[in-house]
Design a protein around this ligand. Structure first.
Ligand code: NCD
Ligand code: ZN
Length: 339
């Protein structure tokens, strides 16, 4: 049995670092684990201009400290401008742009109401090699919340990938067997991020002995068969699948509420949680590809020089970090980072 594993330092290809006090609280946890992170732009107001993104990047660097590189994203709205996207990309402020279907998740009200509204922006992104990051859920009230990802593939994503054959597309935080299959079958310019919670939880977690707001995120966790399919994809070694925590902190009062917010704060013990999953599946030798190699390869960025060593035996996750309940509170993941 392996008790120690050394990998290249990992990156997080999907994280919400928020702003203000919350940014100050959470950024050091991401920076402790990850060299770089793709930072989601769903602030209020959303990050839609190059100047906003550049100022936000400065605030993140100040909060995270030395040795951490935030990779910024543009929040696409119906009014997204190809020129602004190209300018931000050329100035190396924006690494990618994020598509939130309007109303799909936290702070997505300004998101895209119809994919046709951003057609010109997508053509420009394809031309300049700027990846599109997709929150893949339809929002129609007639579609069951557990089916929204699978329906999104049929109604939006399949034709998008077909119509933009050279556009790099990341299907973010996949949760279903349909999504895992779609990405596996797609051309090499289509990848996917996978969160710890979608590898560990099925939808029973939402109702375990009562209503569990700290298991609630979007896309919502699914049936066991989907968890197993997503997990098989993650540990497969297939370069299309890579680490994206979707760490999305909300203060405890916003979670434990009559209308609780979606999102889990998993950044403090993210790599430990992934290591546990890969260990359980006898795939520790593929953790490095998932966490540290596949993401940079997809984005066309160098892999990190530094190494990280993980050792067996986790510490208990605290009940609170500031006013936030971290993912796994009160329990331990099987691994820890060696200092
Ligand atoms: C995210 C958030 O709170 O910003 N919430 C979540 O449940 N994942 C938004 C998102 O990524 O959908
Ligand atoms: Zn997210």
């Amino acid at each position: 049995m392996t008790d120690t594993i050394t990998i290249r330092r990992p990156d997080d290809w999907h994280v919400h670092l928020r702003d203000g006090e919350m940014l100050q609280l959470v950024a050091p946890y991401t920076a402790r684990q990850f060299a770089r992170a793709i930072v989601m732009p769903n602030l209020v107001p959303p990050v839609t201009t190059v100047e906003q993104a550049s100022a936000y990047r400065d605030r993140i660097v100040a909060a995270a400290g030395e040795g951490f590189t935030p990779l910024m994203t543009c929040y696409l709205t119906d009014k997204a401008s190809g020129d602004e996207l190209a300018r931000g990309h050329a100035e190396r402020v924006w690494v990618a742009a994020k598509l939130y279907p309007a109303g799909a998740t936290t702070n997505s009200d300004s998101g895209v109401t119809d994919i046709r509204n951003i057609w010109a922006a997508l053509e420009r992104m394809q031309a300049i090699g700027m990846p599109l990051l997709v929150h893949g859920e339809v929002t129609s009230h007639d579609v069951d919340v557990f089916d929204r990802e699978a329906v999104f593939i049929d109604r939006v994503l399949a034709s998008l990938v077909h119509d933009f054959p050279d556009l790099k597309v990341v299907f973010e935080h996949i949760t279903t067997k349909q999504a895992a299959q779609f990405v596996a079958d797609a051309p090499a310019n289509v990848g996917a991020t996978i969160t710890p919670q979608h590898l560990m939880l099925n939808r029973n977690a939402l109702f375990q002995g009562g209503l569990r707001p700290h298991a609630y995120c979007l896309p919502v966790v699914k049936r066991e068969e989907h968890r197993l399919a997503v997990r098989a994809a993650a540990v497969s070694g297939n370069p299309k699948f890579f680490l994206g925590t979707d760490s999305a902190p909300h203060v405890v009062g916003a979670k434990e509420s009559s209308c609780g917010c979606a999102g889990l704060f998993n950044a403090p013990f993210a790599i430990e949680a992934y290591a546990q999953v890969f260990d359980e599946d006898g795939a520790l030798d593929r953790l490095e590809a998932f966490a540290s190699l596949n993401g940079p390869a997809f984005y066309g960025l160098p892999i990190n020089d530094e190494l990280m060593t993980l050792v067996r035996g986790g510490e208990i996750v605290p009940d609170r970090i500031g006013e936030v309940v971290p993912y796994g509170a009160g329990s331990a993941f099987g691994w820890r980072i060696q200092d």
